[in-house]
Design a protein around this ligand. Structure first.
Ligand SMILES: [Zn+2]
Length: 407
C-alpha cells in the first residue's frame, strides 16, 4: 500500500498553528468544541458560521477560528455560492464539509469474507470490495485486507487516506486494538491495530462491529439527534451496542453488548455453550441457512439466497424469514426493557429487504415502543460503512488531531 504524506488521524505532532483557538489550557474543552463545530457542519452544511454559533452555544469568534483551522486542514470549505460577504470572518458565507480530498479506509471482517472500502467524510462509500477468505488465520486475513485497501486507493488517485477503521465481531478491545476472542473465526488475542498498521503505514482504529455501526447511525444515519441508540447486529455473529448522549458504552475491556447467549423466548436451537435457545445459536445466518437447506429452499450458506427465494415467491422462505424477524423482535423487547433507548436500529438481512419482516419484528416487540425500532440506515453498504465508521468516529471526536503538514 502506498505510503503518502497525507494528514493522518491522531498524528502525534501538534501544529504550529496561526489559529486564534485557545491554547491547551483546557484540552478536553478544546477538543469538545472542535468536535461540535465539525459535527454541526456535517449535520447542517452548507451552514453559516453564525448559525453554527447559535446551534452550538459557542461564541461567533470561536466558531470562526475553528472553521479557519478546519479549512487549513482541508476538512471544510466555503460553500460554492456565498450569499453575502460581510467583512472579516465573513460569518454569513456558508461553510460545508470538503468531501473531495480525504477518505478513510474501512475493513470489516465477517466469518466468510472481508469487506474493504473507502468512505468520504460524509460516511458515503466511495469504493469497496469483498475478499472471500482463502485462509482464516489472522495474519493472512489482515494482510489481504491491507492489500485490498491499497488496491482501492490505487484505483482512486486523489483520494488521500486519513486512517483505517477495522470493525469485527466477537470480543474486541478498542483501547488495545485487539480482538480478544472471536470463536467463529478461531481468533484469540489478535493485535489487529498493530498488524494492519504495519501493512498500511496508516493510523488504525479497531472496534466491535455493533459499536462501529451505532457510531455510523449516530453520525450519518437515523440515530442522528437521538438521545440514545441501541444497535442490534444479527449476522453470523449476534451482538449489540448502546450509545447515550453521543457516547457508546464499552464497559471494562469493551465487553458490553455481548448478548450471544441471551436466551430467546421460545428458542429451540442447541448452542455450543450447552444451553438451548441462545440468541446467537437461534438467530445466526448459519441457522437460517441450515433451516433453509432442511426445508429444500436453498443449498448453500448465503442468506441472500433465502431472501432471493422469498422474493421469487417461495412461501417457505418467506415464513422462515418472517419467523426469524419475529424472534428478533422478542429479543429486542428484552433489550428495550433493560436499556429503554429512544431508537433501536436492527441490521438483519430479512428486515433490510422485506416490509413483512419489519412488521414481524415490530410484532415481536409487541408494544408501542415498536415504532422506535428501525432497519439499518445503510441497507446496501452496511459492512462497508462499519469499518469506515470506526475511523470517522475518531475524526469527529477529535478533529484537530488531524495533522496539517501536507496541506
Ligand atoms: Zn449459548
Amino acid at each position: 500500500m502506498p505510503r503518502t504524506a497525507a494528514p493522518t488521524l491522531n498524528s502525534p505532532s501538534p501544529s504550529p498553528s496561526p489559529s486564534r483557538i485557545p491554547r491547551a489550557a483546557d484540552p478536553d474543552r478544546r477538543r469538545t468544541s472542535a468536535s461540535v463545530v465539525l459535527r454541526s457542519v456535517l449535520e447542517h452544511g452548507p451552514v453559516a458560521r453564525s448559525t453554527i454559533a447559535r446551534l452550538t452555544g459557542l461564541s461567533p469568534a470561536s466558531v470562526t477560528d475553528y472553521c479557519a483551522r478546519f479549512s487549513e486542514l482541508g476538512l471544510i470549505r466555503e460553500a460554492a455560492a456565498p450569499r453575502r460577504s460581510n467583512g472579516v470572518g465573513r460569518p454569513h458565507v456558508p461553510v460545508d464539509l470538503d468531501d473531495s480530498r480525504f477518505v478513510v479506509g474501512g475493513v470489516h471482517v465477517a466469518v466468510p469474507y472481508t469487506t474493504v472500502a473507502l468512505l468520504d467524510l460524509r460516511g458515503r462509500v466511495v469504493a469497496r470490495r469483498e475478499l472471500k477468505h482463502e485462509r482464516t488465520d489472522p495474519g493472512a486475513v489482515l494482510a489481504r485486507a491491507a492489500d485490498g485497501l491499497g488496491a482501492l486507493l490505487h484505483e482512486a488517485p486523489g483520494c488521500r487516506p486519513l486512517g483505517v477503521g477495522v470493525a469485527i465481531g466477537g470480543w474486541v478491545d478498542r483501547e488495545s486494538g485487539t480482538v480478544v476472542e472471536h470463536p467463529l473465526l478461531g481468533w484469540r488475542d489478535v493485535a489487529v491495530r498493530e498488524i494492519v498498521g504495519e501493512h498500511t503505514g496508516l493510523p488504525v482504529h479497531v472496534d466491535g462491529h455493533a459499536r462501529a455501526l451505532v457510531n455510523g447511525e449516530r453520525l450519518f444515519g437515523l440515530g442522528r439527534g437521538s438521545g440514545s441508540v441501541l444497535h442490534l447486529f444479527v449476522g453470523n455473529v449476534v451482538d449489540a451496542a448502546f450509545a447515550t448522549n453521543d457516547e457508546v458504552h464499552h464497559g471494562p475491556r469493551s465487553q458490553a453488548g455481548t448478548i450471544a447467549h441471551l436466551p430467546v423466548p421460545g428458542g429451540t436451537e442447541r448452542c455450543d455453550c450447552g444451553r438451548i435457545g441462545c440468541l446467537q445459536a437461534e438467530l445466526s445466518e448459519r441457522t437460517l441457512c441450515r433451516r433453509a437447506r432442511e426445508a429444500g429452499i436453498t443449498e448453500g450458506v448465503n442468506p441472500l439466497h433465502v431472501v432471493a427465494a422469498a422474493a421469487g415467491g417461495d412461501p417457505k422462505a418467506v415464513r422462515l424469514l418472517v419467523e426469524r424477524a419475529r424472534a428478533i423482535g422478542r429479543a429486542v423487547r428484552l433489550l428495550l426493557d433493560v436499556l429503554n433507548p429512544e431508537t433501536v436500529v436492527v441490521t438483519e438481512v430479512g428486515i433490510i429487504h422485506r416490509a413483512d419482516c419489519l412488521r414481524a419484528l415490530r410484532e415481536g416487540v409487541g408494544d408501542e415502543r415498536a415504532v422506535s425500532v428501525v432497519p439499518t440506515s445503510f441497507p446496501d453498504s452496511v459492512l462497508a460503512v462499519a469499518g469506515g465508521s470506526v475511523a470517522l468516529d475518531v475524526l469527529y471526536r477529535d478533529p484537530l488531531a488531524a495533522s496539517p503538514e501536507a496541506i
